[in-house]
Design a protein around this ligand. Sequence first.
Ligand code: NAD
Length: 387
Amino acid sequence: MVTVGAVKELFPEEVRVAIIPETARYLKKKGFNIVIEKGYGERSYIEDRQYAEEGVEIVNSRKEVFEKSDIVVYVRGPGSSKEVEESDLPILTEGKIILGLLDPLGNIDTMKKLAEKKITALSFELVPRITRAQNVDALSSMASIAGYRAVIEAAKLCSKIFPMLMTAAGTIRPAKVFVIGAGVAGLQAMAFSKKLGAIVEGYDIRPETKEEVQSVGAKFVELGLETQEARAEGGYAKAMGEEFYKKQRELLKKHVKSADVVITTAMVLGKKAPILITEDMVKEMNPGSVIVDIAAEKGGNCELTQPGKLIDYNGVKILGLVNPASVYPAHSSYLYSRNVMNFLSLLISKDGNLIINFEDEIIRDSTVTYNGQIVSPIVKKTLNGTK
Ligand code: NAD
């Protein structure tokens, strides 16, 4: 029988879990055995008793979980933070499989260490963007929650309310929200701002996003930049040169200036987020307006963003969101644990044996290390580029 283990998350302030009682029940039916560390679900408001009712074994230490498991599932695994790496690398032994958000492109040294230890590392960040992979795409499910959270934070910080309000005292005009980046998080931020009654504009470097922006009720901002080349494989944007970004900032200026809320989500896989809002652009914004930077963990789209901090620059509030999905443990854990459950289903054969099938594109692309080697082409490419 294949045993799946889960230990308490060590990433600072992480509250999500990778297995909830409901997904444990499904996994048990599929033929998995499950073992967790005592108190595993506490931060997601799930008691040990609820796991025990689903037949999950509860043990006292993470080392014991690792010893009993074939596969360890994380939210934030080794690679995501030094806390996880320092605790778990010494006690994860040869032959174990780990699955989670491992930040393989941001922390290649940890991936090398995992390879040296002959640990098979499977990373949600590398799941291919294909239709069949949608139910294992944890980045997308978490990005949807991030988009929602950005709007909630912005609505709290902005000096204006979002909807139009007609009162006897006078009429309030709706706030103006400008969302930069129309990926999963950006589109969700546009849709939710619209629901709250704001006037919403959206922009993305990939021209094909125009229809998606319009479909959520936002106005697509055309900058007139030549961006046919901006599309990379898998729906991601390409990193452009500094000359391009300079021109882009120049053209974005008036849209940023006239917005009450700017939500930035622009990211490029494996690279630092592009700077799209400079200090000079913030100086031109109205006091009382807000920037919520979802790209903060990747360096931020605003030059002044400080990851994890709220700053006030001449009355303009700038919030650098870190781990944005982690403040809604119930729903984030629900979605994430379903992504985990679906991924694990790909690792078990009909007769209950563990399989790592490299003919399956999802497994092939998501595998960072195998048999003592880094096997992911994209991680190898990044590794060669950093040497
Ligand atoms: P992401 O988080 O990598 O980036 C967010 C957005 O920032 C992207 O839309 C990108 O084009 C944009 N961006 C990058 N540089 C920019 C710049 N200089 N100016 C403006 N915008 C910039 O992207 P994501 O949310 O993961 O999604 C990207 C695309 O992939 C979307 O179209 C999404 O629907 C698609 N997708 C498909 C699947 C699937 O088919 N399984 C899964 C996930 C995402």
